[in-house]
Design a binder for this molecule. Structure first.
Ligand code: F6R
Length: 607
């Protein structure tokens, strides 16, 4: 989704802004722009890729000035064209703004301003902020900002320049992330850490309704009553190379290959001496014993992880689990009780729907435990408890290591809860912990099939439809495999609970249709083989993903990929990997931009 950068210092701002925006490209965008202030504000914008904006800037020999803001826009209000791109400047030219989020009441505000003679150039909600700021401006920069945020409703991270303050960058946020990077005689704003990492590892996290006044040599934080705020400085603790491609063509492949390491960190640090240590969570053993129901709430792949998690948690703890899409949960008046537990799952920790669902649960006095990757993100901060997935920065829009570490944390939770509630005995727990500990090595072995999967992708890249079928946990994993394929290769794909096929969907199977059958559950294996025979009889080309001792499937499927033997409840961690690789190579074959699929954003901070 949209990205913000800003610079206040003594060096030229434009190169920083363009480089910072490049680091945020992974969030998804369809236009970009920068505004730099010297004697006046000069703005340059461009529809499409950042490279086009860079060419425009280079063509005029750069934009001079040491104060500036930049933005990558993911269109919500108005088409992705040059005019609607940010930054937006008020009619008088005094105020220039970049904005992430949505101003919900922009229409009445726009009408009010238009009735006072303000002429708008764009269709965006953001321009309202620039025009309103200018209209209310009384010479007091912070005072005017406080008035503005008193009038606007919605979500926002704002970076603001005012021509009366040639050394000052203003920032404020509500429900949209913003950090303040702290440099040597220069400071920065950004909507995400990678944008400033080449310059500093030290930053402040801005909270909702906090204002930052940023100059080259100072950063002042204050609340909306102008009370100063003292804030701890955070330090980025991962290697800068973690946010670089490191020799791979795409971040997605790098992140697929990082999964063993990510799982080792996530699991290894939590299994200790025959027990599971769940960081410092506030949820007590007494509360865990009394949990009546678990509500898992998430979006997209995180929701898919939740579906697998439901099977695992119910199996090991016998606690009933409901899994909700966050965008549905918040509007369906969910029935929540005080001894329920809400688990929200989010890689970015900023997904607007998941954040709103979390707030809904908290408003009903339900304890919220979140599984999050981005440290210090909004979801992490607002939850009662957080378990970090420790996957390191995930840049590719399509999640891979984010998903597999979410699964790992769900397994750990299920095991811990099962032990506390005595629904599993110590011997079983130890067997399962051992199985978890060897999962990273087992996952690594799957990379040996990369060439075969690349070949498979070549053979089937032209197909328009792919089905992924499975039962039980394998159905959960099929959902994620299918999403990987459709989001990055634009191949229509459906995941189906294999037993449901004959209730309608099997009519879509015809000669040559590609069906991927995931069959790793001992109890359901025979049934899945029957489903494979059903689609084979209708002409499907079947690729099976099975455990390594199920060689009999070779007589039924056209091609087989084996996963190492593990506990049935943990197979999703492994079955998804061949499909990540297949999706990757299918996207390459079809000439797609793997890391930045069309219309998608990494961090979905709007509803
Ligand atoms: C798909 C993908 C998305 C996210 C979803 C939730 O590859 O990445 O479906 O899983 O947008 O995002 P987070 O986990 O950041 O809340």
């Amino acid at each position: 989704m949209c990205g913000i950068v800003g610079y206040a210092g003594y060096h030229e701002a434009a190169p920083f802004l363009l480089a910072g925006l490049q680091k945020l490209e992974y969030r998804g965008y369809d236009s970009a722009g920068i505004a730099v202030f010297s004697d006046k504000v000069r703005t340059m914008k461009s529809q499409g890729r950042l490279a086009t904006l860079r060419e425009k800037v280079d063509a005029v020999g750069g934009i001079p000035g040491t104060l500036g803001i930049g933005h990558t826009r993911w269109a919500t209000h108005g088409a992705p064209n040059d005019i609607n791109s940010h930054p937006h400047t008020s009619m008088s030219g005094r105020i220039t703004v970049v904005h992430n989020g949505i101003i919900e009441n922009y229409i009445p505000l726009k009408e009010e301003l238009e009735s006072q003679g303000v002429v708008f150039r764009s269709e965006t909600d953001t321009e309202v902020v620039a025009q309103l700021f200018d209209k209310l401006y009384d010479g007091d920069l912070v005072g005017t900002l406080i008035q503005v945020i008193g009038r606007i409703r919605g979500s926002y991270a704002l970076g603001i320049l005012c021509t009366d303050y040639p050394d000052t960058l203003l920032a404020v946020r509500k429900d949209s992330p913003m950090i303040i990077g702290l440099g040597e005689h220069e400071n920065y704003i950004a909507s995400d850490i990678p944008a400033v990492l080449d310059h500093t590892r030290r930053y402040y996290l801005l909270n909702d309704n906090e204002i930052a006044v940023i100059k080259a040599d100072s950063v002042e934080l204050m609340d909306t009553d102008r009370n100063p705020i003292q804030r701890d400085v955070y330090t980025v603790d991962y290697d800068i190379s973690a946010a670089e491609k490191g020799g791979y063509d795409y971040f997605m492949m790098k992140e697929i290959k990082e999964q063993p390491m990510a799982l080792r960190t996530c699991i290894g640090s939590r299994i200790d001496n025959g027990d599971i240590r769940l960081d410092k969570i506030r949820l007590t053993e007494e509360q865990i014993k009394n949990i009546g129901r678990i509500h898992i709430v998430a979006c997209g792949s995180a929701w898919h992880a939740g579906i697998v998690g439901k099977y695992v948690i119910e199996e090991l703890t016998r606690i009933p689990v409901e899994v909700d899409l966050a965008s549905e949960f918040r509007y369906r008046r969910p029935i929540l009780s005080r001894n329920d537990l809400c688990i929200t799952i989010s890689q970015s920790g900023e997904t607007a729907d998941t954040l709103a669902a979390l707030r809904e649960a908290k408003a009903n006095d339900v304890h919220v435990l979140s599984i999050v990757n981005a440290v210090g993100s909004s979801i992490a901060r607002e939850s009662d408890d957080v378990l970090y997935t420790m996957a390191g920065p995930e840049i590719a829009v399509a999640t891979t290591k984010g998903y597999s570490t979410q699964l790992a944390v769900l397994y750990l939770l299920a095991l811990k809860f099962g032990k506390i509630r005595q629904t599993i005995d110590q011997k079983t727990a130890e067997k399962l912990m051992h199985a978890m500990e060897i999962l990273p090595d087992q996952l690594e072995r799957l990379f040996a099939d990369e060439e075969a999967l690349k070949e498979l992708a070549k053979q089937h890249a032209a197909k328009d439809h792919v089905f992924v079928i499975g039962r039980g946990i394998d159905y959960g994993a099929s959902l994620e495999s299918s999403l990987k394929l459709k989001e990055i290769s634009y191949v229509h794909s459906e995941a189906y609970a294999a037993g449901e096929l004959k209730h309608g969907t099997i009519s879509l199977i015809e000669e040559g249709t590609l069906v991927v059958a995931v069959a790793t559950q001992d109890q359901l294996y025979e049934k899945l083989v029957s489903n494979v025979k059903e689609v084979k009889a209708r002409g499907a080309y079947v690729v099976a993903i099975v455990k390594e001792d199920c060689t009999d499937i070779e007589g039924v499927a056209d091609q087989v990929f084996y996963i190492p033997k593990t506990e049935d409840i943990f197979t999703s961690t492994l079955t998804v990997v061949p499909m990540q690789l297949f999706a990757y190579y299918t996207a390459i074959e079809r000439g797609c931009d793997v890391d930045k699929p069309r219309n998608l954003a990494k961090s979905v901070t709007v509803e």
